[in-house]
Design a protein around this ligand. Structure first.
Ligand SMILES: NC(=O)c1ccc[n+]([C@@H]2O[C@H](COP(=O)([O-])OP(=O)(O)OC[C@H]3O[C@@H](n4cnc5c(N)ncnc54)[C@H](O)[C@@H]3O)[C@@H](O)[C@H]2O)c1
Length: 329
């Protein structure tokens, strides 16, 4: 059985769908603080899925899962991930993302489970020194969220050296899109990600474009949008890598290509077939001009190549927005 922490959330639920469709037995552990029971109910239709509501901050909650289930490997998504909130309330981030992960790792050690795939982030690199960013780029996070993820990466290195716990840290760039059959999708509240916010804009709540004077192709920030279904495939390959005896590793997940905010905005208008209300604003603090992944290592180590492009991301996100709106969730 594969244990997926945070599997009721956005990225985790897409991995759970992919695992179930591949015939794997899955157990999701989630506090439902940010995830949704409705998503679990949908996922249950596609295979053998067990759900446990619990919080990683409570060691007994997660120990209980290992006590009564035979876990082969863990995929660990459960975390808080809003950069601005982490700056205002670092305690919340270190307690959840670092202490919560320590409880998970300690339960794994206690029950002899030694394989984990971890959701790390491009935010561990901080301000880019060069681009595209490869895995050897210095890791100097510029906010508590990025720090919390880097701390976990370091803890995982030490747990490998001391206890033989093998990890693959997947450093995602900007995750986007939804299930291609519109069964599940991104459902954050508040939503901080670009594509859903452009798609949701109304004349009363215009889309705010922050900064048009960066030194990029059209003056707006450039990011690497990686499709959530492609990401799920990468996680399955990372699990297989560990199950085949692969050593601890850290790998970027991105497309090697950057799209500007203006390009994303135009592509959203194209997909919706209407003009989207827009407000140009000044730069926000802490947004680097360009963040693009060098993804060669993912191909070399995992034989993973992303298949979907920005239009796939926007089209599936738009279909999912319609599903959410219809059910007024
Ligand atoms: N979405 C992105 O673009 C992106 C980019 C880089 C990294 N990541 C990382 O990927 C992971 C998933 O991101 P997401 O967008 O799906 O987030 P999400 O908020 O949709 O999902 C996180 C899930 O974890 C659960 N959770 C949080 N803390 C918990 C705890 N202590 N115990 C049990 N459950 C807990 C939440 O209820 C939620 O269901 C996170 O670790 C995030 O840092 C995401």
């Amino acid at each position: 059985m594969i244990l997926v922490t945070g599997g009721a959330g956005y990225v985790g639920s897409h991995l759970v769908m992919a695992l179930l469709e591949a015939g794997k037995d899955v157990i999701v552990f989630d506090s439902l603080e940010l995830g949704h029971i409705e998503i679990i109910d949908i996922l249950k239709k596609y295979g053998n899925l067990k759900f446990v509501q619990g919080n990683l901050k409570n060691l007994d909650d997660i120990r209980g899962v290992f006590l009564v289930n035979k876990i082969e490997a863990v995929v660990h998504f459960a975390a808080y991930s809003q950069v601005a909130e982490s700056v205002q309330n670092p305690q919340k981030y270190y307690y959840n993302n670092v202490y919560g992960t320590l409880n998970l790792l300690n339960a794994m050690l206690e029950f002899g489970v030694n394989k984990i795939v971890f959701s790390s982030t491009a935010a561990t690199y901080g301000e880019p020194v060069y681009t595209p960013i490869d895995e050897n780029h210095p890791q100097n996070p510029i906010n508590p969220y990025g720090n919390s993820k880097l701390m976990v990466e370091r803890i995982m290195d030490d747990y490998d050296k001391a206890y033989g716990l093998k990890s693959v840290r997947l450093r995602y760039f900007n995750v986007a899109g939804a299930d291609s059959k519109s069964r599940i999708g991104e459902w954050h509240n508040p939503e901080t990600h670009l594509i859903p916010n452009v798609l949701k804009a109304t004349p009363d709540k215009k889309f705010k474009m922050f900064g048009t004077d960066y030194g990029t192709k059209d003056g707006t920030c450039v990011r690497d949008y990686i499709n959530v279904e492609d990401l799920a495939v990468a996680h399955i390959k990372a699990l297989e890598y560990l199950q085949n005896g692969g050593d601890t590793n850290y790998i970027n997940l991105g497309t090697n290509e950057g799209n500007s905010v203006k390009e994303v905005f135009a592509a959203c208008e194209e997909v919706k077939g209407v003009s989207i209300p827009l407000e140009i604003c000044s730069r926000r603090a802490g947004d680097p001009a360009t963040l693009v992944a060098d993804n060669k290592k993912a191909k070399e180590v995992l034989n993973w190549i992303p298949q979907k492009d920005l239009t796939d991301c926007i089209e599936t996100a738009y279909q999912w927005e319609k599903v959410l709106k219809r059910s007024s969730k």
